[in-house]
Design a protein around this ligand. Structure first.
Ligand code: NI
Length: 152
């Protein structure tokens, strides 16, 4: 297992659409372990495959002490709107305020290919939206409505 280098803003790869995962095999599991290690090493809340150079629809997240691995995630419903600050390991030393849903329900597959559904609010909803955007080549900086409080 290995810490992988994080792809940074300016690299065209981050603008590409990631592909649906069909094989739930050791190769996938190795990538997910590397992604988790890379996320923790860099103190991130979440990481999408493309951020370590893998154009697959895969995401790891740690929110409020719970660890998630999502394969082929899709948001199936959302509710409310919240403005809050966001950051991204691919866009170092920057923060910005983005509007996200207050609550989302996300459907995905686990590492063995079983269907799962989770509903969550707050940081979970924000992180899911941020990471799923990565899978479609979207960065949170595309959606910033204002700078964080107390910063110029
Ligand atoms: Ni990000």
């Amino acid at each position: 297992m290995a810490i992988r280098e994080i792809v940074k803003e300016g690299d065209e790869l981050l603008r590409k659409k990631s592909k649906v995962v069909k094989n739930f095999d050791e190769n996938l599991w190795c990538i997910l372990v590397d992604m988790a290690e890379s996320m923790y090493k860099n103190r991130g809340m979440g990481l999408a495959g493309v951020q370590v150079g893998v154009l697959k629809r895969i995401v790891v997240m740690e929110v409020n002490g719970a660890f998630f691995e999502m394969i082929n995630p899709e948001i199936v419903s959302m509710r409310g709107e919240v403005e809050d600050e966001e950051a991204c390991l691919s866009v170092p030393n920057r923060r910005g305020v983005v509007v996200r849903p207050e609550e989302v329900t996300v459907k995905f597959q686990d590492i063995f290919g079983y269907d799962m559904t989770i509903t969550g609010e707050g940081n979970f909803a924000r992180c899911v939206c941020h990471e799923l955007d990565h899978l479609d080549g979207i960065l949170y900086i595309d959606k910033i409505i204002k700078k964080p409080k107390g910063k110029k």
